[in-house]
Design a protein around this ligand. Sequence first.
Ligand SMILES: Cc1cc2nc3c(=O)[nH]c(=O)nc-3n(C[C@H](O)[C@H](O)[C@H](O)COP(=O)(O)OP(=O)(O)OC[C@H]3O[C@@H](n4cnc5c(N)ncnc54)[C@H](O)[C@@H]3O)c2cc1C
Length: 465
Amino acid sequence: MNAGPGAEQPRIVVIGAGPTGLGAAYRLRELGYTNFVMLESRNKVGGLAASETSANGFIYDIGGHVLFSHYEYFDKLFDTLLGDEYQLLLRESWVWMCDRFLPYPFQNNIKYLPKEVVYECLMGVIEAQKQPLDMSKFRNFEELILGVFGKGIAKHFMTPYNFKVWAHPASLMNKEWIGERVSVVDIARVLGNVVLDRDDAGWGPNSTFKYPRHGGTGGLFERMRPYVNDQLRLGASVVGVDADAKEVVLEDGTREPYDMLLSTMPLDLLVSSMKGTVPDEVRCQASRLRHSGSYIIGVGLRQPTPSNKCWMYFPEDNAPFYRVTYLSNYSPEVVPDATTHYSLLAEVSHSEFKPVDRGRVIEDTIQGMVNTRLLSERDRADIVDTHVIEREHTYPTPSVERDAALGVLHPWLESRDIYSRGRFGAWRYEVGNMDHSVAQGVEWVNRVLQDDVANELTYLAKRGC
Ligand SMILES: Cc1cc2nc3c(=O)[nH]c(=O)nc-3n(C[C@H](O)[C@H](O)[C@H](O)COP(=O)(O)OP(=O)(O)OC[C@H]3O[C@@H](n4cnc5c(N)ncnc54)[C@H](O)[C@@H]3O)c2cc1C
């Protein structure tokens, strides 16, 4: 389809004004395209990458958001939106275990652990690596953990930590999502670090990262709003899609006709909301998708920050959270006065496999912070703010049946001119970060307006993972 300036523009409806919807809308406007509307159920943009301000003036993100861009387009967008109003931060991440912090990644820094644990971890790696590494033989994430990291690291870190994050057993997860996200084991490095007493924190793509100075992570996406405001409708909740009539049904009963629909709402909910003819197989595959939800707990203290750490992982069961971020170390603007206040952001996942008591989540989080010595009992008196953000869809589980399900769902939707993109639209965690999501929106526009099919690479997980 060629819908350049002057050509008649087909009507596009975008569901959701998170990074994917915003990326698409920004690109549409950049190409001079105006015949579209973006429907967002909440009263602000940003989706899971938005931020909230508590009653006491603390700003919290929906979990620790570390920006690492794989895209020149995203880098330029960031510069256009923020100029120099960002903080450049050094990645500083830690694992709390056995009553101490060790630098991340865990496997390269086991020398910090008690000797018996070091021994168990080393023996496990050596045993696992007796066989040449053949990733194709692992049927799921659990087998990969054991086969790559060995029994010791599996027992002490990988298994408990991943269950805390994903709220799913590793045996139900595939191994394809891993990409660059999990640092695999270099046995010479692991052994060398123990024997030579070497520190080793230099892993991964994000050794520095940028963070908006104002408004938290959401501050970045708020700044996209002026570019898309003419087509944006906030408080517009989609309750159904009529694929036969090619109409989106809103909560107030009104309908929005479309020629093409870009949906960034969760794919399982999109399909279950569909009216008209939907094959049983499509409904069945959508119901097989797995996800987890989160409670994000912000805690504000009337104290200067006690640490220069960024974020910390917590694999043990002495705290409900898997990660805590010193959010006020990212920007002084997220607390009322950074000389006298700081903030912590804890992430607690939940699912059918890992129920969490909402009524206790604040107290359990604070107790977990005391158990892991982030706070002392005395610090409780200086807590001046607590704030909980709840989201039902936060992690699209890369389950073993996911790719087969997506192989049915996306082609059928596209045959009806419905394109499901983004973290929960595509349902591919490995391309579900902020930069990937913006890119999914941009690349979709390039595809449908410029016949650039080959370049929708991010959504296909062929780039950036
Ligand atoms: C705990 C956590 C930690 C993260 N950490 C990082 C990180 O470190 N780095 C990173 O790059 N990314 C991170 N992310 C991912 C980042 O938040 C996502 O990449 C991004 O928000 C996905 O954008 P999206 O537009 O695809 O989806 P979303 O952000 O989910 O946006 C979808 C939008 O659609 C709207 N919507 C849904 N249903 C409807 C409906 N029926 N009608 C109308 N509107 C609807 C929603 O309100 C939402 O605004 C993290 C996410 C989470 C949850």
